[in-house]
Ligand binder design. Structure first.
Ligand SMILES: [Zn+2]
Length: 427
């Protein structure tokens, strides 16, 4: 096979980025093979379902983040996406795309999702992504969109200024540490039903999420980090129950454990001092606290950070957290875990929030939102894996993500990638 002459001087023998990407996600992660295995509500595999799944993954990976934008790409710039499929494949119009998402089987989309995660684990992605040797994953809630009009039986309900508002919400578990960040799993929160008078809360969702992830992938993390909403005994019991440790941000000064710890630390010299990324950090650290309903010892840490801004202003910040990690893990490591959780909120989770908030026009209906969310997260995972595992110099060269995505989209205009999709065609 002769490779097209590289127009942007990446080196004459270097494959174009598009081909690297398509090859990588199919050869390593079997994306096209999974797409061909998806069944629809007529309980058959159809080429249309495979095309839609493959198309969605590319669109989301390249940050075609709204259905409006996708309509434009599908209807006015046909050649681009046609180059992913064998000659003669009919690409769906936006309505057909929506209907196909609704009719594909959720369990098959989940199997595809979990298969990609399993492969990443097999390829030691998680083992190599640690904070001082600990594999850390964060859990957090993500609200998908809201509307004044009830759209489906899965909608959650809340009152805003005396009016009912409907929305969907999910809890996501994502690795925290260094790149690549991987969204390990997601659970949608359920609406109230006959047996309950309240919609499911985040805590219930996280319990299902971590239990399922533990069943599927066993010891997928050493530490689960969460924000102050999870500072309670059931969460600590849940995490330690699956053989992991918890680091949870503490914020509420009214809690006994917070008052006890701050009282104890008052007037006492810090136990540790360290420097990290231009910050000077002092830590107070005590391991013998208790919480009603949790049998183990709880370690409480208070951090005071100071730093100087580029303009010379002196800054100071205080933060607290609790953890089930023993004192063999340094205060510096616990501080890093807490800080990286915040980092993920500003990157991974924000991506999800902006995708959904930007567009109220997504597919809506029982199970449909979950399938779209799964495709978005799969696309996110595949792109992260590609950037940091396949394009090995991506990090060193500090190439912006958007530039890689633009190059792939641009190359899709002129390069046919059909063979990678077609070889699994069950026809
Ligand atoms: Zn709904």
């Amino acid at each position: 096979m002769t490779l097209p002459k590289n127009e942007r001087g990446l080196g004459a023998n270097e494959k174009i980025i598009l081909e690297k990407f398509v090859r990588y996600i199919n050869k390593v992660y079997g994306v096209a093979r999974y797409a061909h295995q998806l069944r629809d509500n007529k309980s058959r595999r159809s080429i249309k379902t495979a095309v839609v799944a493959y198309l969605l993954l590319f669109a989301f990976a390249l940050e075609v983040s709204s259905f409006n934008k996708m309509t434009v790409l599908l209807e006015y710039n046909k050649k681009r996406f046609h180059n992913l499929f064998p000659k003669g494949t009919r690409l769906p119009k936006i309505d057909a795309l929506r209907e196909t998402v609704k009719s594909m089987w959720l369990e098959d989309v989940l199997a595809m999702y979990d298969g990609i995660i399993d492969k990443a684990i097999e390829n030691k992605v998680l083992r190599e992504n640690t904070i001082n040797g600990l594999r850390v994953a964060a859990v957090d809630g993500v609200e998908l969109f809201s509307s004044k009009v009830k759209c489906c039986e899965d909608c959650l309900t809340r009152e805003v200024k005396g009016e009912d508002e409907y929305f969907h919400k999910a809890v996501v578990c994502m690795t925290v540490g260094c790149d690549p960040h991987i969204a390990l799993g997601v659970e949608m929160l359920g609406p109230k039903n006959d047996g309950s008078d309240k919609d499911e809360g985040e805590m219930t969702g996280v319990k299902r999420l971590l239990t399922n992830l533990h069943q599927k992938h066993y010891h997928f993390a050493d530490v689960i980090v969460a924000d102050a909403l999870y500072m309670n005994a059931p969460f600590l019991n849940l995490v330690t129950g699956i053989g992991m440790d918890a680091v949870v941000r503490a914020k509420d000064e009214r809690l006994n454990i917070v008052q006890d710890a701050l009282g104890l630390f008052k007037g006492r010299e810090p136990d540790h001092e360290f420097h990290d990324t231009k910050k000077q950090v002092w830590a107070w650290d005590e391991a013998h606290f208790h919480m009603n309903g949790y049998g183990g010892n709880i370690r409480f840490l208070k951090f005071v950070e100071t730093w100087v801004t580029p303009k010379g202003k002196e800054m100071r910040r205080e933060a607290w957290c609790i953890t089930t990690l023993g004192k063999n893990i340094s205060a510096h490591t616990v501080w890093l875990i807490m800080r990286k959780r915040w980092h993920i909120e500003n990157n991974g989770f924000r991506m999800l929030k902006t995708y959904f908030h930007a567009d109220h026009n997504y597919v809506h209906g029982k199970g449909a939102n979950e399938k779209i969310l799964l495709f978005i997260l799969m696309a996110f995972n595949l792109m992260e894996l590609f950037l940091f595992r396949r394009l090995k110099d991506f990090r060193e060269k500090k190439i912006p993500r958007y530039l890689i995505k633009e190059m792939i989209l641009w190359e899709l205009d002129t390069h046919n990638m059909a063979e990678h999709f077609a070889c699994f065609d069950t026809g």
